[in-house]
Design a protein around this ligand. Sequence first.
Ligand SMILES: *C/C=C(C)/C=C/C=C(C)/C=C/C1=C(C)CCCC1(C)C
Length: 270
Amino acid sequence: MLPELSVGQYSLVYNLFSFTIAAMLASFIFFVLGRQQVAAKYRGALVMSAIVVAVAGYHYFRIFENWSAAYSLQEGVYVASGVPFNDAYRYVDWLLTVPLLVAELVAVLALARARSISLTFRLALAAALMVVLGYPGEIAADTGTRALWGFIATLPFLYILWVLFRELGPAIGRQPGEAKVLVRNIRLLLFATWGFYPIVYLLPILGVSGAGALIAVQVGYAIADVLAKCGYGVMIYAIARAKTEAEENGGLVAETDRDGNRMAVAASSN
Ligand SMILES: *C/C=C(C)/C=C/C=C(C)/C=C/C1=C(C)CCCC1(C)C
């Protein structure tokens, strides 16, 4: 049952959902137009960024409508109208967008083809598994079931982090100049924002509930989503731009190293 909310609490979430829709739409336009500013091989990454914010923008529109329908104003406070607030929108959204987010990162690294396919496949599969395995716990009535599925869903999450921070470490170290710093930063952004979701998932297990918890969860999700989708996409764009510039101006040659990574090496440094 949804807790009673003050006008301020209700409006905070209402306005933030509205802001999130605007941010997703603006990002969509930015990523579509930004494609022209990067080399052809990085365009796929920007197309994926655009799809992510389009899918999320649609879901936020539905969540926003759902929020309005779930509450009605009575004598100065917002009370549950009886229409349930549907958590499935978020999970369907994640199922579609989270695999694309990891695929974007692999695409912008522009590794050797076989390596790229293998990484995309493993990361996207782990991301989808994480979301699918988390859902039974999300809708479970008892905290024991929630904890069990949450634990199982954390395993693919840890695998993703392992791949990003261990397996991909050397390949990231070989990214040209500015791109290397940006890729390290985007990895941190991913870690910081993605880490928020399992923490929210834990709240009911820790006994946190009521109006304060509901507001914190919705505000937290909206901020995390804007950073993990719009902000992340802008960083993908910045990496693609940096690499495009390095390749255009630096007289770079593509080389393949021992692991089969394509890497750009300055032919003559300035
Ligand atoms: C744009 C949406 C994003 C980036 C969503 C990310 C979601 C997660 C990283 C969710 C992770 C979960 C766990 C690691 C365990 C508990 C269940 C989940 C699905 C909340």
